[in-house]
Write a protein that binds this ligand. Sequence first.
Ligand code: SAM
Length: 278
Amino acid sequence: MSEHRTGAPGRVKEVTSLANPLVKDIKALSLKKFRDQQNAFLAEGLKLVIDALDLGWTIKTLIFAKSALGNQAVEKIAARTVALGGDVLEVSEKVLTAITRRDNPQAVVGVFSQRFVPLKDIRPKGNDVWVALDRVRDPGNLGTVIRTVDAVGAKGVILVGDTTDPFSLETVRATMGSIFAVPVAKTHPDAFLEWRKNFPGTVAGTHLKGAVDYRSVDFGNRPVLLMMGNEQQGLPDNLADACDKLLRIPQAGRADSLNLAVATGVMLFEIRRGALKL
Ligand code: SAM
């Protein structure tokens, strides 16, 4: 490992060996156990890293490909990282491939501190929309929901029960950067049900056996909590019973249900129809 200066004012460590302990720690972030131990996660791409810093996320390490040396935008973000107290690693393509576990990796990767919003701090008002996901399993679904919540201007996502990790590489990729814009809370079902008691608006569950067509509901100008069920089992009785209404999206054809993220998208565009002037 050597240290030198690039166009960035801070020191940059050059790393080419996969055996380097810094690289080992970053590679370990592919496992939840180590993400939690280090309270960290990876996000790929220059634009994402710039957006994350603009939104006030804490960068621990910026990693960039040797081939990006001389790129002004990369050198600027490297300087910004150093100024914020983060480390900067200039690495070989081989090291980047190992860290991101993909061929043709992006030239810039950031290691950020994880951030969850405490459930008790979520106090919906106005026409705020929150999405509660019951035991979501699939990282692609979770990432897509976070991205859609961002796109429709809903407020955030509450993960209820045992869920896939919002900070896994797969989920973060699927959010396409929205992980930095959308607050995420995680909670036990009992704590969620307690919090729900004080929800100052409509709690709308979605269910294949829902009695109400989702298009017939006037969501009005009040907060909405949209509850979505687990991919295999749907909403369990205790969560379904806590809903003011159980809504159904009518279907034709042979499919027995919609994909979780698709159903969430359909619901969110309906609930936000007025706000989005659709
Ligand atoms: N086998 C599961 C069941 O019996 O509920 C299917 C779950 S579905 C893949 C995942 C979630 O998406 C459901 O729990 C529900 O929240 C929502 N969903 C999917 N299709 C729906 C529909 N047609 N109407 C209402 N909600 C739906």
